[in-house]
Write a protein that binds this ligand. Structure first.
Ligand SMILES: [Zn+2]
Ligand SMILES: [Zn+2]
Length: 365
């Protein structure tokens, strides 16, 4: 029996679960794939699922990736609640709605329908890779619904741009002393203030988009008439390309070390989180553009910048031979992704389903 994306979406939306806790969603997807007679691999990446469709003839291994997790919000009555405010329920729904027809579309090679947990905290792709997901993969394709500010309903884009990002905590050691004798200690807040000024003076190529800024500062709690033992400055870094992010990290670490040294103390840099930028395969993108034009016409194909980080791009950086692409589906999401009251027109999910089928036909038909 074939079901459309809206029907799957209605089931998945209320199941909303936080990153790495997608147990009910995992069970639902396994059942849905089994009901279609599709071989499944689960658990993989802890709470992920892979559906496997094998063609009769030899060919490449392609993975289509949907993410599964919802976001945490505070509710006055219920406390912490999970809400599908990024549309990952719709991504699973589109892939499930595609699955039935893929069995007849795939004639060669292997198609992996990848339901990946933990996208929002950037852990899921790495967990899937740890469990062997991409060992045999040649091509990886992802997709995401877009807010109204990116794409009008019915429009689509072929290469959603994601920037590289990183979070770093820099712990600056101080030396406590009575505030009346500051010359006997090292004030870590002075070191932190200098560090922030010094990092703000770093310059990178203005032809590439980048930003680096302190977002949080903490210090040892205690008496206000004594110097603290330590301070921690947290940094958020964004870069258009992966080499630029690595250069920014190198310069940040160097500035932390030399600033601390100037105060005769030490800095300890801790890379808390890192996510690579998109690096797409031009041929694959061109093929997807042709197929988008067949679905929504050339006027429906748009360029859009997208936005923040996406852990999908670990599939490329951890195995550079993998060819990747990532499309966007305009569904009129408002007021925006990650808004707890985000809604969109589910009627446009059929465009995503149509595109998945056409990509499968081109690569494995
Ligand atoms: Zn998100
Ligand atoms: Zn998302």
């Amino acid at each position: 029996m074939t079901r459309d994306a809206i029907s799957y979406f209605k089931d998945l939306h209320p199941l909303a679960e936080l990153s790495n806790k997608e147990h009910k969603t995992q069970a639902y997807i396994v059942n849905a794939l089994n009901a279609l007679g599709i071989e499944t691999q689960a658990p993989i990446g802890d709470t992920g699922v892979v559906g496997i469709i094998r063609g009769a003839d030899p060919g490449p291994t392609v993975m289509f990736r949907a993410d599964m997790d919802a976001l945490p919000y505070h509710d006055d009555d219920k406390g912490l609640v999970a809400i599908h405010a990024c549309g990952h329920d719709s991504h699973c729904a589109m892939l499930l709605a595609t699955a039935h027809d893929l069995k007849s579309i795939v004639k060669k090679g292997t198609l992996k329908l990848v339901f990946q947990p933990g996208e929002e905290n950037l852990t899921g792709a790495l967990a899937m890779i740890r469990d062997g997901l991409i060992e045999d993969v040649d091509i990886a394709v992802g997709g995401h619904i877009r807010p109204l500010t990116d794409l009008a309903p019915g429009e689509m884009c072929s290469k959603l741009k994601h920037v590289a990002c990183a979070t770093v905590d820099i712990k600056l050691s101080g030396k406590t002393a009575h505030a009346s004798r500051p010359h006997l200690g090292v004030n870590p807040l002075d070191v932190a203030a200098s560090l922030i000024q010094n990092v703000n003076a770093l310059r990178f190529n203005p032809q590439e988009a980048w930003s680096i800024k302190a977002t949080r500062m903490q210090c040892e709690p205690g008496a206000k008439n004594s110097l603290a033992q330590w301070a921690v400055v947290s940094y958020d870094l964004r870069a258009e390309t992966n080499p630029l992010l690595q250069d920014m990290l190198r310069r940040l670490y160097l500035m932390a070390d030399t600033t601390a040294l100037a105060f005769e103390t030490r800095a300890h840099c801790d890379l808390i989180e890192e996510c690579p930028a998109s690096e797409y395969d031009p041929e694959l993108v061109a093929m997807i553009e042709e197929e988008i034009c067949s679905i929504v016409g050339p006027e429906g194909l748009k360029e859009t910048a997208g936005g923040g980080g996406e852990d999908f791009h670990f599939y490329k950086t951890k195995k550079p031979s993998v060819r990747t692409a990532y499309f966007g589906v305009g569904v009129g999401a408002t007021p925006g992704l990650h808004c707890r009251n985000m809604t969109f027109d589910t009627g446009y999910l059929k465009n995503g389903v149509a595109l998945w089928k056409r990509i499968a036909a081109r690569l494995l038909g």
